[in-house]
Design a protein around this ligand. Structure first.
Ligand code: NAG
Ligand code: NAG
Ligand code: NAG
Ligand code: NAG
Ligand code: NAG
Ligand code: NAG
Ligand code: NAG
Ligand code: NAG
Ligand code: NAG
Ligand code: NAG
Ligand code: NAG
Ligand code: NAG
Length: 640
């Protein structure tokens, strides 16, 4: 049935597409392609059978880090030590000589600070606000190493995690050779990040809207049906992931051959010249529609897919995902599969809540012909399972894990569906020994601003003995306290005082919470606004830069010092070094001190901190009718 519909559809596309408009057809942009991660999928989007390498791909226990990560970290430690010395050349901690301190630890690398950065979900808002933060932390950004700025923190980080909209940001950067946010903001035809062209319409290829949309959907449908024809279940996530690849990686051909595991094969990654990127997604239990706080949390790192949670407690090699693993190994009578971990599919999985965008096709200004074609395509997919990615289960009958090993398929959903909308999970694994997490939160909790809900979810999960598996997290107050004490209106540190952290909490990193708040524009745009012109986009990115730097230090001239203190805090503890006075002052100012105020808060309506930048009017509302809150939509979905 599906096959016939697909054939029909492709015929329609062939008739409707305009041969004149193929100005940016596949393969023409070779010079730009070389700047990307490696296009190493064997056959585009379709996973294909290959001979298994020797030894055969196998699942390992999550008790340790992978040997790949272990080896890579040794190189990364040298790189972050150098980067931190640069960072502390510009960020001063009173008269404490940080460079000398870091030098003194050269032969004790485990004493060096170990920094993680986490970028939350929240659609385009999260992508743009997160981009502002990473731009601020990136020493390659012009002026970012001036006094009061934070350039170099990104280079000092060991790990960088993202989920959903934050995962789009990571995918854009890593699939484009770890380019900078600044360069993604400068665009020409064929470049990504042209958010004025709604992802439902596809990139502007210079031709007519109908022809380009039809070509766009034609290419997507062809790719996805090839995967289906190869015998793999496909869902809305496959279509969604292909769309993301056009908008976020490369507009003219959607980088069909790029896999997430190809990151590990690129030379500058092998030299550990960038943080380790990790995307997060959630598991949905068989037969359940609600993803609860004890859902399994999966990660995709460049080498592996898996989970530290007791429900899985294992990792499989990402490059061979899609293979029919059985009892932890690809059996000798089966071939291996490669090309399953398409970069777009991985990004789409982490953001599968946004598959729902596909159902909003009616509200675009596409012509009826194009809409009909698209409705035909979407009509082939099961709307009941709209937000699911359907993965071949590499942990099938594996000895690690529990009930999830009983099914040959895993249902995987958006990483924020368990309300842990900041991808902290990979960073609180005791094995990774992260000291400090810069947690950039663009959640839509209160009027599309964050209010700590995500930290509360991670804290509560860390108390749940059945699922926490040794992860430590500092105490977090309720969201009313966040609002009443303004903990969501400026950066706040959690877990400062290690003497307060006992039991599993003794593993807790320091969490530097960086909530989206208004500096130069009201960046609380709706999660479901899908289109932004470059003026609006750049204003929100600039706002995010100011959120991270507290207005380049104008809101607190000691903020960059305080960020430095957060980086050093755990390391100083390990080396019994007296905390510098400048840091004591910072901790008094930014650490949550245990005060709780759970009264019902007043309406949260924060004012701009700096002068407003003009975007002429508010966010472009091409789909204004979709401006429902995140929760409302989630609710709609959950009751399906
Ligand atoms: C990727 O970026 C690095 C650093 O900017 C550069 O040296 C390298 O040539 C780039 N790689 C490719 C394949 O363009
Ligand atoms: C993808 O890879 C296949 C097989 O190597 C190749 O035939 C095709 O041209 C590639 N496509 C693109 C867009 O690079
Ligand atoms: C984990 O790694 C350590 C050090 O390499 C080793 O001693 C230990 O046996 C490993 N544990 C497991 C379960 O593999
Ligand atoms: C850097 O700062 C100078 C002086 O404030 C300014 O003129 C210039 O435009 C800035 N450059 C960037 C890239 O922001
Ligand atoms: C995943 O695909 C398999 C095989 O088509 C199917 O049996 C299963 O129901 C699918 N799972 C979900 C959650 O859709
Ligand atoms: C999650 O918690 C609920 C309530 O305690 C329980 O019913 C459910 O089985 C748990 N799920 C998992 C995966 O542990
Ligand atoms: C984590 O879960 C696995 C699998 O249930 C178990 O073997 C392991 O001991 C747990 N680790 C901790 C620290 O609780
Ligand atoms: C979209 O439009 C078509 C044709 O007008 C209609 O059949 C369909 O129900 C609409 N879908 C939604 C979600 O409104
Ligand atoms: C730090 O001090 C504690 C007790 O005061 C001691 O046990 C530990 O060995 C010291 N560590 C270092 C690195 O000096
Ligand atoms: C703790 O913080 C609250 C407000 O955030 C403040 O009112 C209180 O004085 C502080 N307490 C101490 C002991 O510093
Ligand atoms: C730390 O412990 C002290 C003393 O028990 C307590 O007053 C304070 O509230 C705790 N702080 C936090 C952040 O939990
Ligand atoms: C961007 O959109 C706003 C409306 O939100 C509009 O006023 C402005 O002129 C647009 N800018 C450009 C460059 O199109």
């Amino acid at each position: 049935m599906r096959g016939i519909l697909l054939l029909n559809y492709i015929a329609v596309v062939a008739l409707a597409s305009d041969p004149e408009s193929h100005s940016l057809a596949i393969g023409q942009d070779v010079s730009q392609l070389t700047n990307r991660a490696l296009p190493n999928a064997p056959d585009g989007y379709a996973p294909v059978e290959v001979n298994c390498p020797s030894p055969r791909p196998s699942v390992r226990s999550a008790a340790n880090l992978s040997s790949s990560e272990h080896d890579w970290l040794k190189l990364r430690q040298k790189a972050t030590q150098r980067a931190m010395k640069d960072f502390f050349g510009q960020v001063h901690i009173g008269d404490f000589d940080v460079v000398k301190y870091l030098d003194s630890l050269s032969d004790k690398p485990s004493s060096l600070p170990n920094v993680g950065i986490a970028v939350s979900g929240g659609g385009y808002r999260a992508l743009m606000n997160g981009a502002g933060a990473l731009k601020a932390f990136d020493s390659r950004t012009g002026n970012s190493t001036a006094s009061g700025h934070l350039g170099g923190l990104l280079q000092s980080a060991t790990y960088l995690t993202g989920l959903s909209g934050g995962g789009w940001l990571l995918g854009s950067l890593y699939m484009n050779n770890f380019t900078s946010v600044s360069s993604l903001q400068t665009e020409t035809l064929g470049d990504p990040w042209q958010f004025s062209n709604s992802i439902l319409k596809g990139p502007d290829d210079g031709g007519s809207l109908l022809a380009s949309a039809v070509k766009y959907y034609g290419q997507i449908q062809e790719a996805v049906s090839e995967k289906g024809n190869a015998g793999f279940p496909v869902t809305f996530t496959d279509i969604w992931g292909r769309m993301l690849s056009y908008q976020l990686i490369h507009a003219s051909e959607g980088v069909i051959n790029h896999t997430w595991s190809s990151i590990a094969a690129t030379e500058n990654f092998k030299r550990a010249e960038m943080p380790l990127p990790i995307l997060v997604a959630d598991g949905r239990n068989p037969g359940e529609h609600v993803v609860g706080g004890n859902a399994t949390v999966y990660e995709f790192n460049p080498w592996e897919f898996g989970s530290f949670d007791p429900t899985i407690f294992g990792f499989a090699p990402l490059e061979y995902l899609g293979s029919k693993f059985e009892k932890g190994v690809v059996p000798s009578n089966a071939k291996c599969i490669r090309g399953y971990d398409s970069a777009g599919f991985v990004m789409g999985t982490s953001s599968s809540l946004f598959n729902q965008f596909l159902l909003r096709i009616n509200s675009t200004d596409l012509g009826e012909t194009a809409k009909n074609i698209i409705r035909d395509v979407l009509g082939n997919f099961d709307e009941e399972a709209v937000d699911i990615a359907n993965y071949t289960n590499p942990f099938y009958h594996a000895s690690t894990g529990s009930y999830l090993t009983k099914s040959p398929y895993l249902a995987i959903v958006d990483g924020g569906e368990d309300l842990q909308n900041i991808p902290l999970h990979p960073l609180i694994q005791p094995e990774r020994k992260v000291d400090v997490i810069f947690a950039v939160d663009s959640s839509a909790d209160t009027n599309n601003w964050p209010d700590g809900t995500s930290l509360v979810a991670t804290y509560e999960r860390s108390l749940e003995g059945r699922i926490n598996n040794g992860t430590g997290f500092p105490s977090i107050p309720d969201r009313n306290t966040f609002l009443n004490l303004g903990l969501n209106n400026h950066p706040t540190f959690f877990g400062c005082n290690t003497s307060n952290l006992t039991g599993t909490q003794s593993n807790s990193p320091l969490v530097v919470y960086i909530p989206n708040s208004p500096y130069v524009t009201h960046s609380n745009v709706s999660t479901f606004t899908m289109s932004y012109n470059s003026t609006e986009r750049d204003a929100i990115i600039l706002n995010g830069y100011n959120v991270a730097t507290m207005g380049n230090g104008s809101r607190d001239s000691e903020w960059s010092t305080c960020v430095g203190c957060a980086v050093l805090s755990r390391s100083l503890g390990r080396t019994n070094t007296t905390v510098p006075t400048a840091c004591t002052r910072c901790f008094e100012r930014y650490c949550w001190n245990g005060t709780v105020d759970a009264r019902t808060p007043a309406t949260y309506d924060p004012k701009l901190v700096l002068a407003e930048v003009s975007v002429t009017s508010k966010a472009s509302l091409v789909v204004a009718s979709l401006g429902w809150g995140f929760m409302a939509l989630m609710f709609t979905f959950l009751v399906v």
